[in-house]
Design a protein around this ligand. Structure first.
Ligand code: PBG
Length: 331
């Protein structure tokens, strides 16, 4: 009987009420996380040219925007800091007076009961060379600088403790160093931070779609991150990364970017039993905004379809620059 003409698949699409009743995937405000940028020394918010509608915040505008996010019902905010001064070790990252830690404490005080306040744990915004870790001593002229994995773990431990002391609820481990989850879980537990959540950016690909983000954080990066971020051609390896991170104690794992890697997202979802998140990155945002600005695409429908697709592929929650706007539509 599962055959035309007795069976007609269009019966399930005949009206909005029927479609609403049989839709397999839901999208809710609480499943959205808003990434936010705070820049040291700003007295008012500043636009980001390649991400129309997204800004670098001052401390004051950050607080106000986080209150708006809470009122819209989003699940959390992910904070990125842009320091005034950078150095080879990324000293601003674990300085309790560094912009990210100061802003974290301010947000926790302001919205800490309503939102999961999350912080990016990576050195790239704080280093003068723009890499996600500290560099190994040069091995001669003409060679690409090499990021020293284990020396970077020491910096990450110190950064994790600084963020936890500032009150961060959840650390977003975006640096793609081997062993980072285990190292930070141990460092946090030994200082009494058993409740600080660890989100592992497990399958983070070396992607061209991070382009606009580099403007958002004034990235100093020369070269690329292909010796630590993943090759976009690899799917099995993405699953392997996620399994490693769960084994090391990750509370949540992530796939990033989202739309180009929905197959990886599905495989990771099927392979692990922890929550799986996805990051809809700056380039995904910029593409839709640019097409919409040209009148080439229905902006709001494209945004909702993209978020629904990421949820359908297996994401329990989505980091998206449209979090607040989409949350308002969904309520
Ligand atoms: C690194 C980091 C990056 C993004 C989030 N965390 C950039 C990179 O890896 O080069 C990109 C996010 C986006 O493009 O929206 N700390």
């Amino acid at each position: 009987m599962s055959r035309f003409p007795q069976s007609r698949l269009r019966r399930l699409r005949q009206s909005a009420p029927v479609r609403n009743l049989v839709r397999e995937t839901s999208l809710e405000a609480r499943q959205l996380v808003l990434p936010m940028f705070v820049r040291e020394g700003l007295t008012e918010q500043a636009p980001i040219g390649s991400m129309p509608g997204v800004v670098q915040h001052s401390l004051d505008s950050l607080r106000a925007a986080a209150v708006e996010a809470a009122e819209a019902g989003v699940g959390g905010v992910m904070l990125f800091g842009v320091p005034e001064v950078r150095d080879a070790q990324g000293s601003g990252a674990d300085d309790p007076d560094g912009i990210l830690n100061v802003a974290t404490a301010a947000l926790v005080a302001e919205v800490g009961d309503a939102l999961v306040v999350q912080t990016d744990l990576c050195l790239d915004e704080f280093t003068d060379h723009g890499h996600c870790g500290v560099l190994a001593p040069s091995t001669g002229s003409g060679t690409q600088p090499s990021v020293d994995n284990d020396a970077t773990l020491d910096r990450y431990r110190s950064m994790a403790l600084a963020q936890a002391r500032a009150g961060s609820h959840l650390l977003g481990l975006s640096g793609m160093m081997d062993g980072q989850v285990a190292a930070l879980r141990e460092a946090l537990d030994s200082e009494g931070f058993q409740d600080t959540l660890l989100l592992a950016y497990s399958a983070k690909y070396a992607s061209a779609f991070y382009g606009p983000f580099r403007e958002a954080v004034d990235s100093q990066l020369q070269g690329d991150r292909r010796t630590y971020q993943m090759d976009p051609g690899n799917r099995r390896e993405g699953v392997r990364e996620a399994l490693f991170d769960v084994d090391e104690g990750a509370d949540i794992v992530m796939v990033k970017p989202a739309m180009g890697f929905l197959d990886v997202l599905r495989e990771v979802r099927d392979a692990v039993d922890v929550p799986v998140w996805a990051y809809q990155v700056s380039g995904e945002y910029a593409m839709v905004e640019a097409a919409a600005a040209n009148g080439w695409i229905n902006r709001d429908a494209a945004i909702l379809e993209s978020l629904m697709s990421i949820r359908r592929a297996g994401a329990d929650a989505v980091l998206t620059y449209w979090a607040v706007e989409a949350a308002r539509w969904l309520r």
